[in-house]
Design a protein around this ligand. Structure first.
Ligand SMILES: Nc1ncnc2c1ncn2[C@@H]1O[C@H](COP(=O)(O)OP(=O)(O)OP(=O)(O)O)[C@@H](O)[C@H]1O
Ligand SMILES: [Mg+2]
Length: 333
């Protein structure tokens, strides 16, 4: 992954690469925008690596994955007793990343109250731990990422305008894959080599399949392409690259529930079915948002990990290829 951007040689990404080179040497806060799966994290890593802070940590925090209170503690740390369950002092990312870089992923999900605290640390380099009184100093470089339109969020009253201007010193918009199709062949090679290495295979992809991959619209961008290639590698070669493989996992349920073919008349049945459908959507959405991190997804859905695993099977949700092996281990044990 060291030179992940090497294959991104087209004109759209050349602009991104130029910007990376320019901002890397500075301490400027950078806002990385772009659809899900375009490579925002890859760009954040490239900036950090090319910066004078490269020898220090790059700490990433997914602001969507934690409830309000835990997110504050992850960012700023807490004092013992700062909240229920805080049994000991714990430093947060802003302390741990001293002289390094913090990537605030999914910044659009930060609750308003914490946005004020973030603004303060960005402006003055100062913060307090949760439940703490001492003001702490920090020297970190902040990279923020979002797939939301923050200006729309400002209009809706969900994002502070002052924080937006603070974060948006420099914005790097990473274009969707459909706007840089010329990179698809190179990406296929790089992702195929990585997947073969990861799974110990030597699968090749022939010209006909490559053409199909080059024509697809890739709404899930590079992550979707990566998942398709991993599935090809794991499931045994290009012969399996049929329509189903191109579909994102959440629209490939194991089987339609029997109720789907019979008209429902009982109110209870109808309610149960609607609840189940809503649940399935919510679970699929959360799994996608957490990239199938089931521990996080369970926490955010406020159900136990075990209950989530049960529901994944029950709802016929197929995990992406990268999880296949873990699943086998999980079900075997
Ligand atoms: N240029 C590239 N070459 C190879 N792999 C890439 C490249 N860009 C992205 N990827 C891979 O694609 C996947 C998605 O990239 P990344 O996580 O950076 O996207 P993202 O924009 O942060 O997505 P999200 O909004 O869903 O968090 C990752 O697994 C990453 O390794
Ligand atoms: Mg990301």
């Amino acid at each position: 992954m060291t030179d992940a951007l090497e294959v991104c040689t087209g004109p759209a990404m050349r602009a991104v690469r130029d910007l990376i080179a320019k901002v890397a040497t500075t301490n400027a806060t950078v806002l990385l925008t772009g659809e899900s799966g375009v490579g925002k994290e890859v760009v954040a890593r490239a900036i950090h690596r090319a910066s004078p802070r490269a020898g220090r940590p790059l700490l990433k925090i997914n602001c969507a994955a934690l409830p309000d209170e835990l997110l504050e503690s992850e960012l700023f740390g807490h004092q013992r007793g700062g909240f229920t369950g805080a049994y000991r002092d714990k430093p947060g990312k802003f302390e741990l990343a001293q002289q390094g870089t913090i990537m605030l992923d999914e910044i659009g999900e930060v609750p308003l109250r914490l946005q004020a605290k973030l603004l303060h640390v960005l402006q003055d380099g100062e913060f307090t731990r949760v439940g703490g009184e001492r003001t702490l100093q920090t020297d970190v470089r902040v990279l923020a990422a979002t797939n939301r339109d923050l200006e729309v969020e400002i209009g809706r009253g969900r994002f502070r305008e002052d924080l937006y201007y603070r974060l948006n010193v420099i914005q790097i918009r990473i274009p969707p894959l459909r706007e840089r199709r010329e990179e698809i062949p190179g990406l296929i090679d790089a992702l195929l080599a990585a997947a073969n290495a990861q799974y110990g295979r030597r699968v090749e992809i022939g010209p006909a399949v490559r053409r199909r991959l080059a024509e697809h619209s890739w709404p899930g961008n590079i992550r979707e392409l990566q998942n398709v290639i991993k599935r090809v590698v794991v499931l045994g070669g290009v012969a399996r690259l049929d329509g189903e493989l191109m579909e994102p996992p959440k629209v490939a349920p194991a089987a339609a529930p029997p109720s789907a073919v019979e008209p429902l008349t009982g109110l209870k049945q109808i309610a149960r079915r609607a609840a189940r459908d809503a649940e399935r959507l919510a679970i699929a959405d959360m799994l996608e948002r957490t990239r199938w991190n089931r521990t996080k997804a369970a926490r955010m859905l406020q159900i136990s990990y075990k209950a989530l695993l049960y529901k994944i099977v029950d709802c016929g949700l197929a995990s992406p290829a990268r999880d296949k092996e873990e699943d086998l281990v999980a079900t075997a044990s």
